[in-house]
Write a protein that binds this ligand. Structure first.
Ligand SMILES: [Zn+2]
Length: 255
């Protein structure tokens, strides 16, 4: 079969993926920031009921702090994950579209399938379900409350400020950036083997990381990694990791 266009180069694919992610991530960050802000306001209302220090002083050490403060974390995490998944779907569709365009110029037809399968796929592959974000939030907030209580000199206002970090717009952006990389890796891991790429190379994006990440540099100097090697960890390997995957054959030559 003759491709309708010249085969898209890996560098062009990278640029198109980044552009598609950037556009769709903006809306997702807004959505997630709103979810977090609603939760933060509800939490502040709950914490403002009565005198917090007095309320906490009535708990014995074995008491469940969440229950005592009337915070149903399980219900919130369930609801948060439901909405987070919905917010990530447009990113998935945009990434799948770029991959279909890439493979179309290589003479193939990539059938991406259900976008929900992408999230299920990387949750299973990484062993890190989206609900872990909720768990981290719960643990962080409860520890913050405990630390505040153990320091009588800290004003109530500083407790609210410290808790706010877990519900900030910056945190929403971090969450979306990390999940967007998970999405890109999962779609590449689906498309590659389907379309005949057996291996992949770590595409380093040091400019996007929180620091010049040696772990990512090491990954980029290794490979090619086999798609069917479950021990070959794909990006992201740290929060906000923006590294990518390049389709190659077993000799490391682009396909
Ligand atoms: Zn990286």
């Amino acid at each position: 079969m003759i491709a309708a266009y010249a085969p898209m180069r890996a560098t062009v694919r990278r640029k198109r993926l980044k552009a598609a992610q950037a556009v769709t991530e903006r809306q997702a960050v807004d959505d997630v920031a709103r979810l977090l802000d609603v939760r933060y306001k509800a939490l502040c209302r709950e914490l403002r009921r009565g005198n917090m220090r007095k309320r906490l002083s009535k708990l014995d050490s074995s008491s469940d702090l969440s229950k005592a403060l009337n915070i149903d974390w399980a219900a919130w995490i369930k609801d948060f994950i439901k909405h987070l998944r919905a917010a990530l779907i447009p990113i998935i569709l945009a990434v799948q579209k770029v991959e279909a365009e890439y493979w179309a110029t290589h003479g193939g037809k990539y059938d991406a399938g259900d976008p929900n399968d992408v999230i299920d796929g990387y949750e299973a592959r990484t062993g890190q379900p989206l609900s872990a974000i909720g768990d981290t939030t719960q643990t962080g907030v409860l520890n913050t409350i405990r630390n505040w209580y153990s320091d009588p000199g800290q004003p109530f206002k500083s407790l609210l400020t410290k808790i706010g970090v877990f519900f900030s717009a910056a945190r929403a952006a971090d969450i979306v950036a990390t999940e967007s990389t998970n999405i890109a890796s999962e779609v590449a891991g689906d498309a590659g083997p389907k379309m005949g790429a057996t291996h992949w190379l770590w595409d380093l994006a040091p400019e996007d990381g929180p620091f010049p990440c040696q772990a990512c540099v090491d990954k980029s100097e290794g490979g090619p990694y086999a798609f069917d090697d479950p021990t070959a960890k794909r990006p992201p390997i740290h929060p906000k990791d923006r590294c990518g995957m390049i389709y190659v054959n077993s000799a490391g030559v682009e396909v």
